[in-house]
Every structure is written in C-alpha cells, then in structure tokens.
Write a protein that binds this ligand. Structure first.
Ligand SMILES: *Cc1c(COP(=O)(O)O)cnc(C)c1O
Length: 404
C-alpha cells in the first residue's frame, strides 16, 4: 500500500504522516526501531486487518504460529512474542525455570535451587538500542562475562560454566566484535558438553535455519526486520525450551504481550518470505547502490564503495567516506541529509570514523532516485551549512527533552 492508497482509505488527501505532524523521511539507514522498523509486507497488513475484529483462542493461534515457525526454521516448535528483546528474556527465563509454574510466577526472584547464570562472550555485550545484559537481568539472570573484548578462548567459556549455569547466550550482529570471538559451533560445543543450552539472538539475520543447525537450542529473530512483519519476536527451537519460554507469558512475559493481529501478521510475513522474489529484490537494491555510486563518483572529497553485510546477510550497502575537500565532515553531511527536503536518514553508527552507509533495503518505488538527487544537491550546495564540518558528539539532551 503506498501513501496515496492509505490516505484514500481515510477519505482524506492528507497522509497519516501529515495528519500526525511527522516528517516524510526516506530510510536508507536500515531496519531501525527508531524509524518504525521496516515496510510491512501487504500479506501481513491484510492478515492483521482480517483478524482484528475476530475473537480467537490465543493458545490455538500460538499453536498455528508454532507450526509455521517450525516449518521455516527447522526447529521443533516456536512462538511469537512482542520483540526479539522480549524473546531473549523469555527464553532465558525458560532455561532457568523450566516448566515450574510457581517459579515462573516468582521471577525475577529466583526460587531456591534454580540455575540463574547466563554466559556471554564480552565482545557480544552490545547495545541494540537496549543493552543485552539488561535482557538477562530482567528475568532474574546473572550475567557471567567470558573472555576479553578482543579474544575469547574455549577455556574462558568452559571455566565460566558451573552448576548454576542456566544458558549460554550468543549474539549475531554487526554490533558485536567481529574477530577473536568463538564461532557459534565452537561456543555450542563447549556449552553442550556441560549440558548447557545455547540461546542465539539472530534478530537481524536472514537465514532462518543456519543457527539451529550450527548448535543453537533456541534462536530468536525480529519479525519486523528483514521479514517485513509487524513488531514481534520469533522464538524457535527445542520443544521443551520453547514451551518453558512460552509459559513465561503467565509471568514476566505478560508485560511483553503480543496481540492476535501481530501473531497473524507475522505468520503471513513468514509465509510471504517463502515466496518472495529474493533475486528480484537483490537486483533492485543493487540498481539503487549503483545509481548512488554513479551520482557520487567524481565529487571532491567523497569516496563511495559498495560493501557486503558484515554478518553475511545477502545484502550490500554503500559506504561513503567523507573528507574535508567535500566541504563536509561525515557527521555534517549526515546531518545535512537529515535536514534536506525530503529528509534522508543514513546509517550513521560509524560516523566518527569519517564514513556512513546507505542501506537499500527499505525503499519505496522512486525513492532511490530521490536519494540520488538530494545527495547531489546537498554536496554541491554553496555555501555549505554552518555545521558542515561538525564533529559528532553524543548528547542525551534530545532524549531528556521528550515529549517537548
Ligand atoms: C534489533 C536487534 C535486537 C532487538 O530486536 P527487537 O525485535 O527490536 O527487540 C536484538 N538483538 C540484535 C542483534 C538486534 O539487531
């Protein structure tokens, strides 16, 4: 559904962004919670609308989801929760309580005798917008860090395991340290030798089967990232662990409740994923990248290189390295683009290193060309804005002023 259809449905020429006073941003940042995640696929939108006015027995809806999740992931069972972050807390809680219903109600207080320690390689202790260690502490778990920021050896993990170890948590992300950590098969082998289950956060990963194959007992994905589903988390894997995680909905999971519309929507998104024209999408993304690269070629102080995804998803981005001859710093150029007409939001998590990325995954028809035009307009602007050469600075000021 494009903006015109959406506004037609409300009988107004105004789009919902205009009605709510929201800027018409173009997202070349990636699938970001702060930008509204992804474009929800039409199949999911239709399923959400269809189920919205119906009553359903929620356990049965979760059973239906389990079948679809199992089929796509190769896991024995699965369920849907509010987000991947929720799924991590629920899976860890399940590894701690098992099916002990009283223990589930008492979390985050631990019943005596329950295992509560969760091992994480230090290079995996990232923030994805929330901190991974908080997802552990939220369910009463204790974080046990293994290794160093730059090197983790097998004995670091083996030595961290004891009779209180509930699980090993493994994070797959461009945010983690990309060298010196144990691979998933290595990490899983050490955990499994001691009977410790392995929970994998694969929130943004395209491959729905690889991590269970590589040793995960439970894997958790975001439904609202590459899948284009509504905001959800997908938990998949060993049936006993999935059941124990699902039962947390009677406890700490209640505050992470997922609605019928989200479950129906993500089922539809999973089924659409099976039929998606992946090659066609890749081709359109590649066309956008080459258009942007051609637009930038020859502009002074700008280097544009097409780079692969750091965690091997079938996805390339363009890395734009900005030197002062362009009249901008990387941070200044990213800011100018975000203030342009229309606003272009780039992938700027490495901007202090003098570069940022453009991600082609979340474009509507015609937006690649708009991005190219804005890039050219901003880079050839004369004079440049007063902040053009700014150095990036982290500030909590805007966060603290909300809702003003
Ligand atoms: C996005 C992300 C999360 C959080 O996912 P939500 O579904 O938004 O809670 C967790 N871990 C990683 C590695 C992520 O990329």
């Amino acid at each position: 559904m494009d903006n015109r259809n959406a506004s037609a449905a409300t009988g107004s020429n105004e789009t919902i962004r205009e009605r709510l006073g929201l800027r018409p941003i173009i997202n070349v940042s990636g699938t970001m919670t702060a930008l509204g995640a992804s474009i929800i696929v039409p199949e999911a939108i239709a399923a959400m609308a269809e189920i919205a006015p119906q009553f359903v027995e929620m356990d049965d809806l979760h059973r239906a989801a389990s079948k679809v999740v199992a089929r796509l992931t190769g896991g024995e069972a699965g369920f849907i929760t509010a987000s991947c972050a929720s799924g991590i807390s629920l899976a860890l809680a399940g590894a701690m309580t098992g099916t002990n219903l009283l223990a589930i109600e008492r979390l985050p207080d631990l019943a005596t005798g329950l295992k509560d320690e969760v091992i994480v390689q230090i290079g995996h202790m990232v923030s994805f917008g929330g901190n991974i260690d908080q997802a552990i502490r939220l369910c009463g778990g204790k974080v046990v860090e293994a290794g160093t920021v730059s090197v983790v050896n097998d004995y670091h993990v083996a030595d961290a395991i004891n009779e209180r170890t509930a699980a090993g948590l493994y994070v797959v992300s461009h945010h983690t340290v990309q060298y010196g950590m144990l691979s998933l098969p290595e990490f899983a082998e050490i955990c499994h030798a001691a009977g410790v289950p392995v929970i994998v956060d694969a929130a943004s990963e395209y491959d729905l089967q690889r991590f269970l194959r590589d040793g995960a007992d439970i894997v958790i994905y975001s439904g609202h990232k590459f899948l284009g589903g509504p905001t959800t988390g997908i938990v998949a894997g060993r049936k006993d662990l999935v059941r124990a995680a699902f039962l947390q909905n009677r406890g700490i999971g209640r505050g992470m409740k997922v609605g019928k519309e989200s479950i129906a929507g993500v089922i539809a998104a999973l089924e659409a994923w099976e039929k998606r024209d992946h090659a066609g999408i890749r081709r359109r993304e590649s066309e956008a990248l080459h258009l942007w690269q051609d637009t930038l070629t020859g502009l002074p102080g700008i280097r544009a290189e097409i780079v692969p995804d750091p965690t091997d998803n079938p996805l390339d981005r363009i890395e734009i390295t900005v030197s002062p001859e362009s009249g901008y710093s990387a941070a200044g150029l990213a800011k100018a683009l975000s203030l342009a007409e229309p606003p272009i939001i780039v992938r700027n998590h490495e901007v202090e290193r003098g570069h940022f990325f453009l991600d082609p995954c979340n474009l509507h028809e015609g937006e690649a060309e708009i991005v190219a035009n804005v890039l050219k307009r901003v880079l050839t602007a004369n004079p440049k804005p007063d902040y053009a050469l700014m150095t990036p600075r982290k500030t909590s000021r805007t966060a603290l002023s909300w809702p003003d």
